[in-house]
Design a binder for this molecule. Structure first.
Ligand code: N7H
Length: 498
């Protein structure tokens, strides 16, 4: 059974938030830390708390129906939310055993070249200077992270001060990352301008899915629950799912992937301006917007291009917005390119070709992640827009967060490495067309530094599927990140009690 009071609340159902700070710390005194953790434990927001909070927000919304949006301040439900997690070095300090995830244990820095963030150690190409992890993310020892999320900058700042105050000198604050939703109409949109947080998997048994919403067993996200499986592919036989063996202290836990992803917004806009889709009856602006929608798989509003070749608000209905499968009427890419960000990272229904080397069908319902990121950094300035270039002093992007029960089998790093960074995914013999052109990179996050300079992606031109866009620059650059085990509350108690 699923005990919501034992699961931390950003894992599921994820914190509703406007402002969030991530406090990355090292543990200076493990015994002192355990003692302080007993006090901090009372502040942690559980899944049960968030579920209750979301119900209150919904009720407040209903009461406010007909009133102008956003909700008047006095009717807004306020809650400061906290979560805590540990990197493998922190787990070692606190004598937490390993939940058996090699990438979590190695840490993200060691895996950065594999994620495509850094050239492989043997490559010394000067071209890639400035596109690496930032110095602080390379050098700091990160043992854990505290998330503090709230409704306003002031309340979030207070929450951060309170958390740091509780732990006192048992920790050293190494890095703080500041996330904030974008202003006014852009609220909920990431910096390229697209609505984010539209498609989230519904955990079976916990959430009644909207029409077409992707569903997964809770074990894909939360350790030890149904669906926390390992898959093997014995030759000539159907794939075999084996439940992972989890020690009791890991049940209810999850792995958080944190990534600081710098976004080059003026450069992305320049690329679209220079590569509009040209079709009779389409203005330059419409061609620019269509190219962007084809690269992402949704219009900026969130409307999926698989459903509509126009940015039509009638598709924004929650019962419609996720109701597509890329298979209607054929599994081709006339409407949504195989390379589009949302199709690369969640291919939905995929019909395996007979004899496919690695069948995708059993992987798809498991390769779903819970996303809980937030934008960071300032809005693009008029000077940057004019220069079509990100200013050296401005850093903006996404503090990407995902939760999964295992990173490399089906979680974040599986999706990043095997799908987004892999120009041959989905493989040609499994595509419905065979014209000798690779699908190409995920144009948004596909990443292969030190291997290729110019990234190609096909399928984004509806009248010419073989046309490849050539991206000389990356639009998203990882500046740092780490993986954290997010323990269940009973294990937080166990750690606190030494
Ligand atoms: Fe992505 N973007 O603005 O283009 N993402 N993403 N993402 N992403 C999604 O459905 C974006 C990143 C996924 O179920 C949307 O919420 C940007 C990483 C997955 O249909 C938009 C960055 C990874 C989905 C963006 C970024 C993923 C998804 C559509 C980095 C994992 C759900 C809105 C700066 C490795 C797909 C929505 C589905 C959706 C964008 C990062 C994965 C607009 C800018 C690193 C699984």
């Amino acid at each position: 059974s699923i005990v919501l009071t034992n699961i931390q609340g950003d894992v599921y159902p994820t914190f509703p938030k406007k402002v969030e700070q991530f406090i990355f710390f090292s543990i200076t005194n493990p015994d002192g830390f355990r003692e302080k953790l007993r006090e901090f434990r009372k502040c942690i927001t559980t899944a049960a708390d968030v579920v209750k909070h979301l119900k209150e927000i919904e009720e407040a919304r209903k009461k406010n129906q007909g009133l102008p949006k956003p909700l008047p301040k006095d009717r807004m439900v306020k809650l400061t939310q906290y979560q805590i997690g540990f990197s493998f070095s922190g787990m070692t300090d606190l004598h937490i055993e390993s939940p058996g995830d090699p990438e979590l244990m190695d840490g993200q820095k060691k895996g950065a070249a594999d994620l495509g963030d850094e050239p492989a150690p043997e490559s010394t190409s000067a071209k890639f200077v400035g596109e690496h992890w930032s110095q602080e993310w390379r050098e700091k020892k990160i043992d854990g992270v505290i998330l503090a999320a709230s409704e306003s900058s002031d309340t979030c700042e207070e929450a951060v001060a309170k958390a740091i105050g509780i732990f006192g000198n048992s920790i050293k604050v190494e890095i703080i990352e500041h996330g904030k939703v974008r202003p006014c109409e852009e609220e909920g949109h990431e910096h390229f301008g697209f609505l984010d947080g539209v498609s989230q998997p519904a955990l079976k048994g916990l959430v009644k899915p909207h029409t077409g919403q992707l569903e997964c067993e809770p074990g894909a996200i939360i350790m030890g629950l149904k669906g926390d499986d390992d898959l093997s592919f014995p030759q000539g036989r159907p794939p075999v799912a084996t439940p992972r063996t989890r020690p009791s202290w890991a049940i209810g836990g999850s792995v958080m992937a944190f990534r600081k992803l710098h976004q080059r917004v003026p450069e992305f806009d320049k690329f679209l301006e220079e590569n509009p889709i040209k079709e009779p009856g389409l203005s330059h602006e419409q061609g620019v917007a269509l190219r962007g929608a084809k690269m992402v798989g949704r219009w900026k509003s969130g409307v999926p291009i698989d459903l509509s070749d126009k940015d039509d608000p009638k598709y924004l209905d929650p019962e419609v917005i996720n109701n597509f499968h890329y298979h209607d009427p054929t599994p081709g890419q006339d409407r949504c390119p195989f390379s589009a960000h949302i199709r690369k990272t969640a291919p939905r229904e995929h019909h395996d070709a007979p004899g496919a080397r690695i069948p995708l069908a059993p992987v798809l319902p498991r390769a779903l992640i819970m996303r809980a990121g937030i934008p960071y950094g300032p809005e693009v300035t008029p000077a940057e827009r004019e220069a079509q270039k990100t200013s050296e002093e401005k850093d903006r992007g996404l503090l990407f967060v995902s939760y999964q029960s295992h990173l490399g089998s089906f979680g974040f790093s599986f999706i990043q490495k095997r799908w987004a960074n892999n120009p041959a995914f989905p493989p040609l013999e499994e595509n419905s067309f065979d014209d000798g052109v690779d699908t190409g990179f995920d144009p948004i996050i596909g990443n292969a530094k030190g291997v290729v300079r110019t990234r190609l992606a096909s399928g984004t031109n509806p009248s010419l599927s073989t046309e490849e866009i050539k991206m000389e620059e990356d639009f998203v650059i990882a500046k740092g990140g780490e993986y954290f085990f997010i323990p269940p509350l009973t294990t937080i108690d166990r750690i606190g009690n030494g």
